[in-house]
Each structure stands twice: as C-alpha cells, then as structure tokens.
Ligand binder design. Structure first.
Ligand SMILES: [Zn+2]
Length: 70
C-alpha cells in the first residue's frame, strides 16, 4: 500500500483504500488489502485473484511516482 492508495488491478485505477474500505470495496488476503473502484471490479478479482495479484505486486514494486511515506 502506498500512502493509502492502492491499484485496482482489474481496471488499472488508483483508488483510496480507506475510502473504498468504507464502501465495502476492499478484499483482505494474507498480509495485503486489495481495493477496487467498484463492485464489478471486486467481483472480477474475487473470481480469479491469481490473475490480478501480479499486477498489484508489480505496481507496488515499481510505482515510484509517489513520495516515500514519512
Ligand atoms: Zn476498477
């Protein structure tokens, strides 16, 4: 998670985790919380998480546009 933002790996949007959590649009898996822009993306992810998790991993590893968290 970067500065409270997370990649919605289904459509590629960057979403605010806390905001989406309030709306019930996050999924917690192992030590990570995935967030989605809408119910459609959440359902798509839930059906086949393995297909989308690598996109999140990649974004977390290389999405260097955000400043480091203080
Ligand atoms: Zn989406």
């Amino acid at each position: 998670m970067r500065d409270g933002k997370m990649l919605d790996p289904v459509c590629g949007m960057i979403v605010d985790v806390a905001e989406q959590r309030e709306r019930g649009l996050t999924i917690e898996r192992s030590d990570r919380e995935y967030a989605f822009c809408g119910g459609g993306c959440l359902e798509t992810f839930a059906k086949d998480p393995k297909r989308y998790i690598p996109a999140v991993e990649r974004w977390l590893a290389t999405g260097a546009s955000d400043p480091p968290r203080m």
